[in-house]
Design a protein around this ligand. Structure first.
Ligand SMILES: Nc1ncnc2c1ncn2[C@@H]1O[C@H](COP(=O)(O)OP(=O)(O)OP(=O)(O)O)[C@@H](O)[C@H]1O
Ligand SMILES: [Mg+2]
Length: 487
């Protein structure tokens, strides 16, 4: 997939179309908002500073794709992205997560992202270095850790060890300058021999010959500061917790792991050596500030009408704490200060028992773009059942295929499921596309249970017809009381 910066709004919508049916307005709004970040970055710094992100509120009944749009968007964008539930925050000083922690979490996402990119850049070198160390380990020549004695032994065997992994790799790959000499001394021959041994071992390692064998390696681990465990990192001054973390010594201990696992651990260590951590953080902060996106789900849960009782007061508190972050402020993190002026916020909520007007006016003002998501229709249901990349019918087919049972849905059976879901939504609570899952479960309850037996009895193919669907759901649709529990 191409980087987000190359995707036009139309292309972003097209990508989202692969997973989400309908809701064009919402898709267009998020596509434009994301593209606008890129546009802003092309501007003169003077002007760019003035352009505020156009935050979005998505309003729509439950189960129509609000969270799903966010989830898919996050996979699509190469920007740091987190989804948080507004309802899990409480005011500063109360028990719960403080609102600023969402910015810290966003930065952590960015750091992982930047680090992964940098790791990709040094992958070849890191892999080679890790392989060399693995070869040494398997030959019992590991010099990492504290066995200084081995280092002294080395020259006698005609093998010069070097701390620098990259250098070792080059040494080992070619015979080295020693062979240039006309006549070989005993130690040079030994060195040749040693290189041959290593080369053979390297070959075997590459083939995965030792993958399941266990070896002992030294791993370094940071221990969590006990005090932070007790309080939770949020209640803690972020600067303080990083100081504390530095005070706790890295503990290294020997561990028995499979060669396969050891390779992963060593690769991680070698990558660490090659990647500049300070730069990673610097870039990550920059990226968080310039292109970070925070998806604030369930924002209706912190909206409240004027009454000033317990829970409402707390909700208003969360709104008040949220305001400066959405407006743009400097948030302290353990890696440095993050400015939220340009962070894009996409909020979503069902707003059935409250309305957007129940948010503080200042907060409303920071979300200039409102998009309404429509309730899903019977036809939408039909498409949702079959079209998206991981549509429910496809999931069900794939699951039962693992048992050796091949399922085929007739077009009419899909119609029937869509009908029944729409009917249930109309006569009971409207839970949107989530209803399809319960309908599907209901249709397959018996088959899911019996599939292995069916296959054993030679029944390996099954066509789901509309009669079958109606039959399975008939009783439940008729029986009001039962319906409430099952569907
Ligand atoms: N338009 C749609 N196209 C495809 N699938 C959908 C659509 N809407 C909802 N779904 C499916 O229904 C489920 C619930 O949707 P989602 O989580 O997006 O609901 P929501 O709008 O966030 O509701 P809530 O307000 O309850 O959080 C998801 O698994 C999603 O795959
Ligand atoms: Mg949701």
């Amino acid at each position: 997939m191409r980087a987000m910066k190359d995707l036009t709004p139309r292309e972003i919508v097209a990508e989202l179309d692969r997973f989400i049916i309908g809701q064009d307005n919402a898709k267009r709004a998020v596509a434009v908002a994301v593209r606008n970040r890129w546009r802003r970055r092309q501007l003169d710094p003077d002007l760019a500073r003035e352009v505020a992100p156009k935050n979005i509120i998505m309003i729509g009944p439950t189960g129509v794709g609000k969270t799903e749009i966010a989830r898919r968007l996050s996979k699509l964008v190469s920007a740091p992205f987190i989804k948080v539930e507004a309802s899990k925050y409480t005011e500063v000083g109360y028990h719960g997560r403080d609102v600023e922690s969402m910015v810290r979490d966003l930065l952590e996402v960015a750091i992982k992202m930047v680090r992964r990119e940098q790791a990709d850049q040094v992958r070849e070198r890191a892999e080679a270095a890790a392989e060399e160390r693995l070869v040494s380990l398997l030959l019992g020549e590991d010099q990492s850790g504290s066995d200084a004695k081995a280092k002294h032994d080395a020259p006698e065997r005609g093998w010069v060890r070097d701390e620098d992994a990259g250098y070792r790799r080059e040494q080992a790959g070619t015979p080295g300058p020693v062979t240039v000499a006309e006549t070989k001394t005993a130690s040079e021959t030994a060195s040749d021999e040693h290189n041959r041994v290593r080369e053979r071992m390297r070959q075997k390692v590459r083939e995965g010959f030792f993958d399941d064998r266990e070896i002992e390696i030294t791993v370094r681990e940071k221990q969590a500061a006990p005090i932070m465990g007790m309080m939770g990192p949020d209640q803690f001054d972020p600067g303080m917790s990083s100081i504390l973390e530095n005070l706790i010594p890295e503990k290294s201990h020997r561990r028995k792991v499979t060669v396969k696992r050891a390779r992963a651990i060593l690769l991680e260590e070698e990558t660490d050596k090659l990647v500049d951590t300070d730069k990673t953080v610097e870039q990550a902060i920059e990226r968080t500030e310039q292109s970070g996106i925070i998806f604030l789900d369930e924002i209706d849960k912190i909206a409240t009408s004027e009454s000033k009782h317990g829970a409402d007061v707390s909700r208003q508190g969360v709104q008040r704490d949220l305001l400066p972050i959405v407006e743009g402020s400097a948030v302290n993190t353990r890696h440095g200060v993050v400015n939220t002026d340009q962070v894009l916020f996409v909020a979503a909520g069902a707003f059935h028992s409250s309305s957007v007007k129940d948010l503080m006016p200042e907060l409303q003002g920071r979300f200039p773009i409102r998009v309404e998501l429509e309730a899903l229709t019977r036809d939408d249901f039909k498409r949702i059942l079959t079209e998206p990349h991981a549509a429910l019918t496809r999931q069900q087919e794939a699951l039962l295929e693992t048992e050796g049972l091949t399922i085929t849905f007739t077009p009419e059976s899909v119609d029937a499921m869509a009908d029944l879901a729409a009917e249930a939504n109309a006569s009971m609570e409207n839970i949107g596309a989530r209803r399809l899952m319960t309908v599907m479960e209901c249709v397959f309850e018996e088959i899911s249970f019996r599939a292995p037996d069916m296959v054993k009895n030679g029944e390996t193919e099954l066509t789901i017809s509309d009669e079958f669907v109606r039959e399975r759901l008939k009783q439940i649709m008729q029986d009001e009381d039962l319906r409430k529990f099952v569907l």
